[in-house]
Design a protein around this ligand. Structure first.
Ligand SMILES: Cc1cc2nc3c(=O)[nH]c(=O)nc-3n(C[C@H](O)[C@H](O)[C@H](O)COP(=O)(O)O)c2cc1C
Length: 189
């Protein structure tokens, strides 16, 4: 399976980096091919035009398009900013559209509080639905990300690696189910 991991914080000293590393590690351990899409790395501007309307897209947009297009599913890594998702994540998501269709999205949320970004994760599920990417019912909230994860993306005491098993099992089921169905047919847009 090919998985694209979307990061959504561009804040100075963001915790999102270690959550991204954690997401990469647990998915690669399943033998999946993983690409991280980091809005900082791509210096993604605020949306001026959606990708599908760009006449001569810059290379960075083409690169992201190709990663999303080739992916069988997505992991969206969201922090919680004022009970919602960070603007950089929404901005990244909004640049693209057809790339998400009929593929599953698994959400890893995090915050500095014990709630682990669950309110942002719930909002993100609604956004996913509009983009025809199926948000899987289970999500993986990481409480107090600054304390729970080490800099290299491993979790303290291996707690979150253990918790991720059920999450990834369910994601895998949706990855396979939707891939099989996409190969048969996709609804007309
Ligand atoms: C603008 C802003 C709003 C925040 N709002 C919330 C919030 O609603 N709930 C929460 O649990 N944490 C909130 N936090 C704390 C973040 O969860 C914490 O700073 C987290 O590390 C942010 O992710 P990042 O470091 O990758 O940007 C907020 C942080 C910022 C910067």
């Amino acid at each position: 399976m090919k998985i694209a991991i979307l990061l959504g914080s561009v804040r100075n000293n963001r915790e999102g980096n270690r959550v991204g590393k954690f997401a990469k590690k647990i998915t690669e351990e399943r033998g999946w091919e993983v690409e991280i899409v980091d809005p900082i790395e791509y210096e993604l501007p605020m949306l001026e035009q959606v990708y599908r309307q760009m006449k001569n897209p810059e290379e960075k947009f083409v690169k992201i398009h190709n990663i999303l297009q080739d992916a069988d599913g997505f992991i969206m890594v969201t922090a919680e900013y004022n009970h919602s998702i960070p603007p950089a994540l929404k901005n990244l998501i909004d640049h693209f559209y057809f790339e998400y269709f009929y593929k599953p999205t698994a959400i890893i949320s995090y915050s500095s509080s014990s709630f682990g970004g669950v309110r942002a994760a719930e909002q993100l599920k609604l956004i996913c639905s509009e983009l025809r990417t199926i948000p899987i019912p289970i999500s993986l909230p990481i409480s107090k990300a600054h304390e729970s994860l080490n800099d290299d993306g491993t979790s303290v005491n291996g707690d979150y690696e253990r918790r991720s098993k059920k999450f990834l099992d369910e994601f895998q089921w949706y990855l396979e189910a939707l891939k099989n169905q996409r190969e048969k047919r996709i609804p007309s847009n």
